[in-house]
Design a binder for this molecule. Structure first.
Ligand code: SDX
Length: 428
């Protein structure tokens, strides 16, 4: 017997079907609401209670701290898979065979060049430009050099656009960094793995060989897996709604990068390190910052804490926290900021303000400590998040297009002026 929801307005009852997800989540299907009720809609700022789509890509349970990509637990994928495998899984729905993965990687390598004229665009940016702004612009600019990536109706055309952006985005990310530090915009080595090649593109010095470090490669690979998708978060919803107008994949991703930049979203990983450094500079007394975070009159928030969905520990934060200890030990790094972060976490988890609001460390709280240990500068932390999230954005965009979802166009409740007549300027 399928469940339904009854809505009563002014004595009249309206019945709506309830849809049930694979993991028994329930949602009221209100597709017919406005038509059935002659114009009544819902109001839900920030879409805290609203599902935008049905999706088979990622499942998360915020109350229990569960995260799965295509049914696989994040803990298992982080331990046993590599980033390109997870990218394939998210986009195409299954873990690849060895042959499929090799073909996928070869197709990406075949597209790993970026038109030399893109360097002229990069030349136009000041060195001080934030890499997220550079990346959003360059990703959009890529369309001009890959026009076939725009009108992708067939799965083959979609595949070609997908391997192009997976190939070129790491190059653009490395170039955005190299531009800031005045290094030549160079390539890595297609004989290397996807993540190892990216690190070489980032850090290879013009005069010397780049010797990659296994610990660095493996920990960045794991971080990228942990960031790869997260259902309908702000930037993914942005990618979906831009793509729903049938704008191409590259510009949809460009819009997602812009959304991720915000300090309440992916920009938090940079803000966390800046906050931890401020606490260190201030003598390490986190109590002052805790008080600021709890003060309603102070806009300061404890960055890296809280989450729209997780009202329990963010499972990614747990993995990253463990990994931070391992990476710093392996690299022989003693970063006092890690101890400050752990102290802050301990204090917050004993403080009723945070406990009552179910504010736990999220994915951004410890990730910056590892990025820093890997030699990645703070302004590149959010671009790392974008590099990790790229397969998730692609997967969600592809699912939206294959399911032929309608163009996204929310309604509103108008609270402005009622009809009034124009007044000549002489009378205003
Ligand atoms: C990501 O959605 C995703 O999946 C995102 C992400 C992904 O993988 O894509 O997981 C990545 O964006 C992680 C979140 C990174 N952002 C931060 O770390 C910034 C700090 N956190 C917050 O700004 C906040 O927690 C949000 C934005 C993450 C969530 O905000 P919500 O769900 O809109 O909750 P809210 O703002 O309504 O807060 C509820 C209460 C409020 O207090 P009251 O009005 O009830 O008294 O909790 C308070 C808030 O003031 N609060 C905080 C806080 N976060 C929430 N107070 C102090 N410090 C914080 N960090």
């Amino acid at each position: 017997m399928s469940k339904t929801a009854i809505l009563e307005i002014d004595g009249k009852k309206y019945e709506f079907p309830i849809v049930e997800g694979t993991e028994n989540e329930l949602a009221i299907d209100i597709k017919s609401l406005r038509g059935d009720t002659n114009g009544i809609t819902t109001l839900d700022p920030g879409y805290k209670n609203t599902g935008s789509c049905e999706s088979a890509i990622t499942f998360l349970n915020g109350e229990e701290g569960i995260l799965r990509y295509r049914g696989y637990a994040i803990e298992e994928l982080a331990e046993k898979a590599d980033f390109l495998e997870v990218a394939y899984l998210l986009i195409f729905g299954e873990l690849p065979t060895k042959t499929q993965l090799e073909k996928f990687h070869n197709d990406i390598k075949a597209q790993s060049h970026v038109d030399e004229d893109v360097k002229k665009i990069i030349d136009g940016f000041p060195k001080s430009a934030h890499p997220m702004g550079v990346l959003s612009s360059l990703t959009s600019a890529l369309v001009a050099f890959n026009p076939s990536s725009v009108n992708v109706d067939s799965e083959e055309e979609m595949y070609n656009a997908i391997v192009r952006i997976l190939a070129k985005f790491p190059v653009l990310t490395a170039w955005a960094y190299r531009k800031r530090v005045g290094l030549p915009l160079d390539y890595g080595d297609d004989n290397l793995g996807y993540v190892e090649n990216f690190l070489k593109m980032m850090f290879k010095k013009p005069s010397g060989e780049y010797n990659s470090n296994k610990v660095v490669v493996e920990s960045l690979d794991k971080l990228l897996i942990l960031h790869a998708d997260h259902e309908q978060n702000c930037s993914t919803s942005t990618v979906r709604i831009v793509g729903s107008s049938h704008a191409g994949l590259f510009v949809s991703i460009s819009a997602g990068i812009a959304a991720l930049w915000g300090p309440l979203h992916g920009g938090a990983n940079q803000a966390v390190i800046e906050m931890l450094e401020a606490i260190k500079e201030d003598g390490g007394d986190s109590k002052k910052f805790m008080a600021k975070a709890k003060d309603k009159d102070d806009p300061f928030r404890l960055m890296g804490f809280g989450h729209r969905v997780y009202k329990n520990f963010d499972p990614r934060a747990k993995i990253i926290k463990r990994s931070a200890d391992n990476v710093l030990d392996a690299l022989g790094i003693d970063d006092p900021v890690l101890d400050i972060a752990k102290g802050l976490e301990r204090e917050a988890l004993e403080d009723s303000y945070f406990v009552d609001r179910k504010l736990y460390p999220n994915v951004d709280f410890y990730s910056g400590i590892i990025y820093r240990a890997l030699g990645i500068p703070v302004e590149m932390f959010t671009p790392m998040f974008a590099l990790g999230r790229l397969p998730g954005w692609i997967a969600q965009w592809r699912e939206m297009r294959l399911r032929k979802e309608p163009i996204g166009r929310p309604r509103q409740v108008y609270i402005g002026e009622s009809l009034r007549s124009f007044k000549d300027i002489s009378k205003r």
